[in-house]
Design a protein around this ligand. Structure first.
Ligand code: AMP
Length: 438
């Protein structure tokens, strides 16, 4: 068999996260988790696989995700079907997090928890889209959902959360927050009628997808990225002029809150977002330097009808999700310095065969005493070990070579002050207590 018959490669659109990049992932996750804790959000981990109907009923049968981008999961063997399982229900790799969270809300009895239920998730999503820069088939999202809250205050909180998340990442300068409202279910027939009568005149100019969308979901024609459709969208009737007085008041209140908080935003009447479940306030955070179609770093909105669409009672909710790969690309582009979290306070560095045994027993003693201790193993020289310790923000490096083993001493390097001294082995604990506290 020729080697090229089976190129050793990951499937198209799927990537590895290599060790060099881990510090960025850890940094974004730490910032995300800290922000969530500050806002009282609880973490939920969801399965990577859900029944397809969870998404077709919520995101919408005519959305790009459901129509074109789902990865179906097939069971290897259907010879001996599990009698407990309905095999007529196809399973898919989850393309997003919100529908799964709501499935869990209904299935796990969260309706009886103190309301609103405030959750966050972090993990990979899968969409069989055409891979390109910033668009992958497996990509990671961090998202929050606030379930059972209908007031404009919650919308403002969700937007404030998003803004503060980018601030904490050091990215607030290169981004823009775009906002729009798409009204509620009651406003939808009026909006659709207005859009259809506008677009019908230009039907032949619309792309093939939009000619179809004009019948199935006219709102989505505004969102189309085709140049000709975009040009038409600029002249389309504005959604905000068609919404009911309640939705209008709701949006006004959201903007009032944001003005009070001095959060900068731009109103974008062409923003509709591609998923059917959205109602009222929707927003997107974009990279201002990136003019490509993949410049959205995160997006969200209110979805007051999603819980009923999945069989629950009327439960207004709002959420937002952020694309981690795109955020990390932006962090790199902006040269934001990340301090790598290392082993902790102490790193033990050993040079030579005899020092290895000493280093291991020292590691055990220090860990038993409660010090966060790491150890270098491998054949690197002292210089590169110290360089690594510096990058990992370790406070103290204990260096043990042949000479130290013989003389029962330790060479201690204070990484913050940059000096080093030799101490007697038996003095180590008293020394560390003085330096680091007990
Ligand atoms: P969405 O669920 O489509 O609203 O996406 C939320 C965020 O996830 C976007 O703003 C992007 O940052 C990110 N995202 C969505 N699709 C992809 C993809 N195929 N590849 C990489 N990131 C994505």
């Amino acid at each position: 068999m020729r080697k090229s018959d089976f190129p050793i490669q990951a499937p198209r659109g799927f990537k590895d996260i290599l060790p060099d990049d881990q510090k960025y992932w850890q940094f974004v996750f730490d910032v995300a988790r800290d922000k969530c804790q500050g806002f009282g959000l609880l973490k939920i981990d969801l399965p990577l696989v859900e029944y397809r109907d969870i998404f077709s009923r919520s995101i919408g049968q005519t959305s790009d995700i459901v129509e074109k981008e789902m990865f179906l999961v097939s069971r290897a063997s259907i010879d001996a079907p599990d009698p407990e399982e309905d095999i007529s229900r196809p399973m898919v790799l989850r393309p997003e997090g919100t529908a799964g969270v709501i499935r869990a809300y209904l299935e796990r009895g969260m309706e009886t928890w103190p309301q609103p239920v405030k959750l966050y998730y972090w993990g990979p999503m899968f969409r069989a889209d055409r891979p390109q820069k910033g668009r992958f088939r497996q990509f990671w999202q961090f998202g929050i959902e606030i379930i059972n809250a209908d007031d404009a205050y919650t919308d403002a909180l969700t937007i404030l959360f998003s803004w503060q998340f980018f601030q904490a990442l050091g990215l607030q300068k290169g981004i823009i927050l775009e906002l729009n409202t798409i009204g509620c279910a009651n406003c939808r027939p009026k909006i659709h009628k207005k859009l259809v009568s506008y677009y019908e005149t230009y039907q032949s100019v619309l792309c093939d997808d939009c000619q179809r969308r004009l019948i199935t979901n006219p709102l989505r024609v505004i969102d189309c990225k085709n140049e000709k459709c975009q040009k038409l969208a600029r002249g389309a009737p504005q959604i905000i002029d068609q919404i009911c007085p309640e939705c209008n008041q709701h949006f006004k209140s959201v903007l009032d809150y944001l003005d009070d908080l001095a959060i900068p935003y731009e109103l974008n009447p062409q923003l509709v977002r591609g998923l059917d479940y959205y109602t009222r306030t929707i927003f997107e955070v974009r990279d201002t330097k990136d003019t490509s179609r993949q410049n959205s770093l995160g997006g969200g909105g209110r979805y007051d009808n999603l819980v009923p669409l999945l069989g629950g009672k009327k439960t207004p909710a709002i959420g937002v999700s952020f694309g981690i790969e795109r955020i990390i690309a932006k962090i790199k582009e902006e040269n934001i310095e990340i301090i790598e979290k290392g082993y902790g306070q102490i790193l033990i560095s050993q040079l030579g065969e005899k020092a290895k045994r000493k280093a291991l027993s020292l590691m055990m003693q220090l860990t038993d005493a409660g010090y966060k201790t790491g150890i270098v193993f491998g054949k690197e020289g002292l210089k590169s070990q110290l360089k690594a310790a510096d990058k990992m923000a370790v406070k103290i490096v204990l260096i043990i070579g042949q000479k130290e083993v013989q003389e029962k001493t330790i060479l201690v390097r204070d990484m913050e002050e940059g000096n080093q001294e030799i101490i007697e082995e038996k003095e180590l604990f008293a020394f560390l207590k003085k330096k680091l506290g007990s």
